[in-house]
Design a binder for this molecule. Structure first.
Ligand SMILES: Cc1cc2nc3c(=O)[nH]c(=O)nc-3n(C[C@H](O)[C@H](O)[C@H](O)COP(=O)(O)OP(=O)(O)OC[C@H]3O[C@@H](n4cnc5c(N)ncnc54)[C@H](O)[C@@H]3O)c2cc1C
Length: 411
């Protein structure tokens, strides 16, 4: 029997997380082998063609706010050429009074300058983006096809090996290398460094080396509605994306004068059914009315033409899990991207590459990526006592050496 191929770096999972990390490593001159159970990239949650990208601008959760700002800048820089920039409007909650100054100060405190996010009253919002509601206008907000991105990032490259139709079910340490086994317990490949970007299946792969991760599925359905040319909805449909309770893309006029409008999405905790649900379309019709502040709109006029159903992978604390698995040198995780695959994959690519190569932390620190943020994403946050040690930030950030300065005060 021939011995399995050995690669220095193997990435498990060719969704947006794995493909973006692989692409970053290729750009940095590394040889990469990517391995996926499917026959091509982006067949699972990343088959999503309508993902929006914008920094989180809500209240509370200061680390999440800082992280999404950094990730937004990284995503925009990475995907500038396919960044479908139409802007994203975030209306203020209907039950909260709007105070422009308070909101503007909040945005400033998040280091979101006017170029990134602007607090607008309803009159100003009509002028800026045609939405007659008070809220926050993010002119650089965009939508992206995660499927196209993942596929483009895995185009033939002299340093890239793709192993399709290859499910990994367990890992085993053999000296300084890791052996990856398929369902019939054949060793498929060995590697010095393994990046696990297999969404929910990261849980069983990590369990095979004794690591328990709190991951769970959250099903989601986007509805693609069709609206007749003369329907009253057509006067309300947005020309920008809106993100609030749910989100929608700009409505698109078709050749016959009707509109296509994508609205989502349901958030079905603990569910992983990929079937289309009528109840999810009804839910999205209600979200559509909420987003446009159009309670009297006729739901039946939003005719369902298609849908996208996916299963998000979410961690207990709602942050992604990105970083070195310190108790298993050579293993790195990039999972739990939740509803922010576009942002977190861009951030994961930089952070994982920096940790795998142990060299390029200047960019991360320049972007405000401090040690407390590395710790907030690190797998070790789930393990008892992991954050107690004074040197924990350094240890969390790398498999071997401390790499980042200490944290600034949380904002
Ligand atoms: C309805 C809905 C709306 C969303 N909206 C947005 C949005 O607006 N903006 C946004 O940024 N994100 C959005 N998301 C989230 C986004 O789609 C996900 O965060 C992202 O696709 C996750 O990417 P991933 O690479 O982690 O996982 P996946 O795309 O699921 O990729 C995992 C890959 O690993 C492979 N794999 C799994 N197990 C194994 C194994 N054992 N061996 C080998 N290969 C394996 C799979 O075949 C798959 O290719 C939305 C999701 C849903 C469902």
């Amino acid at each position: 029997m021939t011995s399995p191929q050995h690669h220095d770096i193997v990435v498990i999972g060719a969704g947006i997380a794995g493909s973006t990390i692989a692409s970053e490593l290729l750009e940095r001159g590394q040889s990469v082998c990517i391995i996926d159970a499917a026959s091509s990239p982006a067949t699972a949650c990343s088959s999503h063609a309508y993902a929006i990208a914008h920094p989180h601008v809500g209240r509370g959760a200061p680390r999440l706010l800082r992280l999404t700002r950094i990730a937004f800048l990284m995503a925009r820089a990475r995907w500038g050429t396919v960044w479908n920039q139409h802007g994203i409007f975030q209306p203020v909650k209907k039950d909260r009074p709007f105070d422009r100054e308070v909101l503007a100060n909040h945005l400033k405190s998040l280091e979101l300058d006017q170029g990134i996010a602007q607090a607008l009253n309803a009159d100003e919002a009509i002028l800026a983006c045609g939405i007659p509601q008070a809220g926050i206008w993010i002119p650089g907000g965009a939508s992206l096809s995660l499927a196209d991105l993942a596929t483009a990032q895995l185009q033939a490259h002299p340093l890239l090996t793709c192993l399709w139709n290859s499910r990994v079910v367990r890992l085993e340490k053999r000296g300084d290398t890791w052996a990856l086994f398929n369902p019939v317990d054949v060793c498929l490949i060995t590697a010095s460094k393994v990046i696990i970007a297999a969404a929910l299946e990261t849980k069983s792969l990590a369990a095979s080396i004794g690591v328990r991760l709190p991951l769970r599925p959250v099903r989601g359905q986007l509805s693609i509605f069709s609206v007749n040319a003369n329907d009253p909805w057509t006067k309300k449909l947005p020309r920008t994306a809106i993100s609030g309770d749910g989100y929608c893309l700009p409505a698109k006029m078709l050749a016959d004068g009707s509109y296509q409008w994508i609205v989502g999405s349901s958030f079905d905790e603990g569910q992983s059914d990929l079937q289309d649900w009528t109840s999810s379309d009804d839910f999205n019709r209600e979200q559509a009315k909420g987003l446009l502040n159009y309670a009297e709109g006729n739901s039946a006029a939003l005719q369902k033409s298609e849908s996208f159903v996916g299963v998000r992978c979410v961690a207990g604390d709602r942050l992604p899990i990105i970083g070195a698995l310190t108790q298993s040198p050579g293993i790195y995780l990039a999972t739990a991207l939740g509803s922010r695959g576009a942002l977190w994959s861009a951030l994961a690519a930089k952070l994982i590459a920096a940790q795998v190569l142990e060299d390029d932390f200047a960019l991360l620190t320049r972007l405000g990526f401090a040690a407390d943020l590395v710790a907030a994403l690190a797998p070790a946050r789930f393990f008892a006592g992991a954050l107690a040690a004074p040197s924990a930030f350094g240890a969390l950030a790398s498999n071997s050496k401390p790499i980042l300065p200490s944290a600034p005060k949380a904002k």
